[in-house]
Design a protein around this ligand. Structure first.
Ligand code: MLT
Length: 332
């Protein structure tokens, strides 16, 4: 992938020597795989706006939505190599760079967004920051695009209803193992084939956040959306240490402050947009089946082997930290 130097966020030699002056303008880039009209895009734009405002335009942020600089993997690699300053993306594609990001594959972890967000702001993320740093990435913070939920043409009110349901999943071994454990028949398939797969009946169900279910119009092909809340759809903002650490200290401080503020804003947007998207689904005649604690707990119990397998994949320490942080957040 070719990235023009002027768009990369690279600094001049003079700046690298720390001789930058008050008036110097730093041109940095941020890229996302998603479209701009998504919470990922909103997170990107808010962060970029805040950097420009707070630095009184000493930072100019070039924004590249919609895979303009490549897909998620390519963008992350460019951030790692210091060719792009920032990226916002979910943790799934980061696993090939930071295997410990698979901690968010732990199924049925959070009963609600309040618990999830407390955990995302706690000790687990502090530990993950070190793993990202070891891979030449700065973890600046996590927002979310709510939970992945199930949509289906078969009724799901209790665990036994999941038996044999042909559900499309991503090509993720932890996700596939989870759906098998709860009795379903997981069928990995490219996202682009899901709408037609549902229309033609080659699959009965799929799972994604409400925002994605509406953007793709998948709800048109489904009778029910079941609020299973089975996996959090994280939105992770990461930065390039070889760019950030070369900036003047006051600008580095602004980056961390802006990341914190943009994260809170993105979460608010997730909540607000969800209400309007739920309405679109209900108006279409597709039913929303509310969160059912018994179903959640039964699916959680069945999925314990995935948690055990994560202990082997990424170590007991992270998995135990996730478990204890959830306990703490649920009691608060
Ligand atoms: C998937 O299920 O493949 C993704 O969540 C869809 C997306 O990228 O929006």
């Amino acid at each position: 992938m070719f990235i023009p130097l002027t768009l990369t966020g690279c600094l001049s030699t003079e700046e690298r020597r720390g001789e930058a002056k008050e008036k110097d303008v730093y041109e940095l880039s941020i890229a996302i795989d998603s479209q701009e009209d998504t919470v990922t895009g909103i997170f990107m734009n808010k962060f970029a706006d805040l950097l420009e405002e707070k630095s009184k335009r000493r930072m100019k942020i070039n924004r590249f939505p919609n895979s303009q600089l490549g897909g998620d993997g390519e963008i992350t690699e460019a951030v790692q190599n210091g060719n792009i300053a920032f990226v916002v993306q979910t943790t799934a594609p980061q696993v090939s760079f930071v295997p410990e990001a698979a901690i968010f594959d732990a199924p049925m972890a959070f009963k609600n967004l309040d618990v999830a967000r407390k955990v995302l702001d706690g000790e687990l993320t502090e530990k993950l920051k070190e793993y990202y740093a070891n891979k030449k990435l700065i973890l600046l913070g996590y927002a979310d695009q709510d939970f992945r939920v199930m949509s289906s043409n078969k009724k799901v009110e209790k665990m036994s209803d999941l038996k044999g349901i042909k559900i499309r999943t991503m090509e993720n071994p932890n996700h596939i193992a989870f759906w098998k454990l709860v009795g379903a028949n997981p069928t990995p398939m490219a996202w682009s084939e899901v709408y037609i797969g549902l229309q033609q009946g080659s699959i009965d169900a799929q799972e994604n956040p409400i925002e994605t279910i509406v953007a793709s119009k998948v709800y048109e092909q489904q009778d029910d959306i079941i609020l299973t809340n089975h996996i959090l759809h994280t939105l992770c903002l990461i930065g390039s240490p070889s760019i950030i650490n070369e900036l003047p200290e006051e600008l580095q401080k602004i980056i961390y402050e802006a990341a914190d503020e943009a994260k809170v804003y993105a979460r608010k947007m997730t909540d607000e947009r969800n209400e309007s998207r739920v309405k679109i689904i209900e108006d279409s005649g597709t039913k929303i089946i509310p969160f059912n604690e018994k179903l959640f707990n039964d699916m959680r119990a069945a999925s314990e082997p995935v948690w055990k397998s994560l202990e082997e994949q990424i170590g007991k320490d992270l998995v135990n930290t996730l478990r204890s942080e959830i306990d703490k957040a649920e009691k608060e």
